[in-house]
Design a protein around this ligand. Structure first.
Ligand SMILES: [Mg+2]
Length: 390
């Protein structure tokens, strides 16, 4: 191939879906189990058309992300569809005052397009490390339903169920409205029940209000040998200084950087001693191009990176990394399906609770690009908006 394909059109599609027995949690609108309720959600797809007749597509990103894509569509149209570095670097500058929203989703679709042109999955373009990915069961936040994750014992029961299914690791997203004593009891209950048989993680995602309460929870994690402790308190997960102080007071390894975007800010946080594990997210950190830069930077520091969230994208990236431990499978719950952005993946792809093999692994999709087809019949039937740049 001498002449690379050119980007001729970028299309954004929004569609709706619903999930039963779930509602938005009161304070920050995250999904929570609630029998009889229905959560109406919206998902978004970027499609990039090339003059080679091959199209790249990616499901993901918030409405805020997609609203910024128009600001960079102009710099991508007409470019080589393989010019991911150039588009990443130009988008960084163009979106410098807009939190670099939207560039990640464009990058993901470009990787899908490249894989489809060369007829290989993205992880083989990146460089294959492995195809089986150890998964952790990542729970919904706690609820107060009679048959839900309503008590420390209910979480411990669910952890045991996950262990029996084959999971080797379990991550707790606790209640948003619980006192710190209940958080501590939760860590103790799950730790006592399965701590000697599973790697355990705790992710309050910044629900704990004070540094002092975070230290109490951290000491409970220490007592039960937790594998990592993530976004411990309400600084919002962004203070390198605060997490350096927490690392001096608590032994459990800290996992930060879900809420800090991009390569340079990740490296600054590492250099400031603010974290042990490095969080990466294809939707926040500049797509696969940005995530792989962070993975390799962390590798140079001898640190591991842990992909945030489920989907074909994180699987493709993790399959091309040595320095990563677990795939986040979720959100999972004893009574509810995974939210997962709607029932749009084909080819038997799943991130439901039973998606692991008997050894607790998920597998990287092997078809070209991101590796999973999309159900365009469903998407068009439920479409709520479409914007085209050409
Ligand atoms: Mg998290």
């Amino acid at each position: 191939m001498t002449t690379p394909p050119r980007i001729v059109k970028i299309e954004l599609t929004e569609f709706k879906y619903s999930l039963t027995d779930v509602r938005p949690e009161g304070t920050i609108s995250i999904p929570i189990y609630c029998k009889g309720e229905t959560l109406n959600g919206r998902s978004r797809i970027v499609r990039i058309f090339s003059d080679a007749g091959v199209t790249g597509e990616y499901v993901g990103g918030s409405g805020t992300e997609h609203s910024a894509i128009g600001m960079i569509a102009g710099l991508a149209l007409g470019q080589s569809a393989f010019a991911r570095e150039k588009i990443y670097n130009n988008a960084k500058q163009a979106l410098r005052q807009h939190a670099r929203m939207g560039m990640s989703q464009v990058d993901m679709a470009l990787w899908d397009l490249a894989g489809k042109i060369f007829e290989v999955p993205v992880y083989q373009l990146l460089g294959e490390q492995r195809t089986a990915l150890p998964a952790y069961a990542s729970t919904y936040v706690g609820d107060r339903e009679p048959d839900g994750l309503n008590s420390p014992e209910a979480y411990a029961d669910f952890a045991e169920q996950c262990l029996e299914l084959g999971y080797r690791a379990f991550k707790i997203h606790p209640w948003q409205d619980a006192p710190v004593t209940e958080h501590v009891r939760l860590v103790e209950a799950v730790g006592e029940r399965v701590g000697d048989r599973m790697d355990l993680m705790l992710d309050p995602f910044c629900a704990i209000l004070t540094f002092g309460d975070a230290v109490k929870v951290g000491h409970a994690c220490d007592a039960h040998g937790f594998y990592w402790w993530e976004d411990p308190f309400r600084d919002g997960g962004v203070s390198a200084f605060a997490h350096r102080k927490l690392r001096q007071l608590v032994k459990t390894p800290i996992l930060q950087l879900e809420h800090v975007r991009g390569l340079e800010a990740h490296v600054d946080f590492i250099v400031a001693d603010g974290t042990d594990f490095v969080r990466i997210d294809q939707n926040y950190d500049g797509g696969i191009t940005g995530v792989m830069k962070i993975a390799h930077a962390a590798e140079g520091f001898g640190l591991d990176v842990e992909p945030h969230g489920s989907g074909p994208g994180p699987r493709q990236c993790m399959a091309a990394m040595r320095n990563s431990n677990y795939y986040e499978l979720g959100l999972v719950h004893p009574k509810v399906s995974n939210l997962a952005g709607g029932p749009i993946y084909l080819d038997g792809y799943s991130d439901e609770l039973d998606a692991i093999d008997p050894d607790g692994n998920v597998h990287v999709p092997d078809a070209p690009g991101l590796g999973v087809g999309l159900d365009w019949d469903y998407i068009e039937k439920h479409r709520t908006a479409r914007v085209v740049f050409d």
